[in-house]
Ligand binder design. Structure first.
Ligand code: GAR
Length: 191
């Protein structure tokens, strides 16, 4: 198997790192991370990508007339890099028509809640403030909606009585770092 993947991220990049670690360790055997896409040049993930020497496309949405403008360039980069699966790992932007037309069915997203509960931004904070006893992590295929595409995999996280929002957040991130590489491997094996 030889599958080239791209990871899109906007912030910290801990999931991009977890995927890259899984590639390096051989856990994602036959899979390579050949493009990192980032829409925020000042995000911490940019440093990680440079340190790891991952080929990248880092852009400022404001430099383009509209979403079609930057998505057209992203689509070209994905084609040049011969990418087979796109992974959104903290890419905090709705995907538009240009990318969906080419990538629907081959683009997945990670979300820190048990969708359809708590879509959108700050899902961990939303769950915490709602006082739920259980939340979790979802990997789903991307469609035009906000965290609405077909669910591929979910795993629960219990909110314990002594949890704080920070400890809950930590538990969710730890689970994400395992669940997302697992999901990538399974999806690619099923392709
Ligand atoms: C992750 O928790 C991911 O689930 C979330 O952003 C975080 C990125 O963390 N994504 C969403 O909320 C998408 N709606 P990271 O930059 O450390 O990987």
């Amino acid at each position: 198997m030889n599958m080239r993947i791209a990871v899109f991220a906007s912030g910290r990049g801990s999931n991009l790192l977890a995927i890259h670690d899984a590639v390096i360790s051989g856990k994602l055997e036959g899979i390579s991370l050949d493009l990192a896409v980032c829409d925020r040049p000042d995000a911490p993930v940019v440093d990680l990508v440079h340190k790891r020497n991952i080929p990248d496309f880092i852009f400022c949405p404001k430099d383009y007339a509209d979403k079609n403008g930057f998505e057209t360039v992203i689509a070209e980069k994905l084609a040049e890099a011969k990418i087979g699966l796109v992974v959104l790992a903290g890419y905090m932007r709705l995907v538009g028509a240009v990318l969906l037309e080419k990538w629907e069915g081959r683009m997945i997203n990670l979300h820190p809640s048990l969708l359809p509960a708590f879509p959108g931004k700050d899902a961990i904070g939303q769950a915490w403030r709602a006082g739920v006893k259980e939340t979790g992590v979802t990997v789903h295929f991307v469609d035009a909606g906000m965290d609405t595409g077909r669910i591929y995999l979910q795993q629960k996280v219990t909110v314990d009585p002594d949890d704080t929002e920070e400890s809950l957040s930590e538990k969710i991130h730890l689970l994400e770092h395992k669940l997302l590489p697992d999901a990538i491997l399974k999806i690619i094996q099923e392709m």
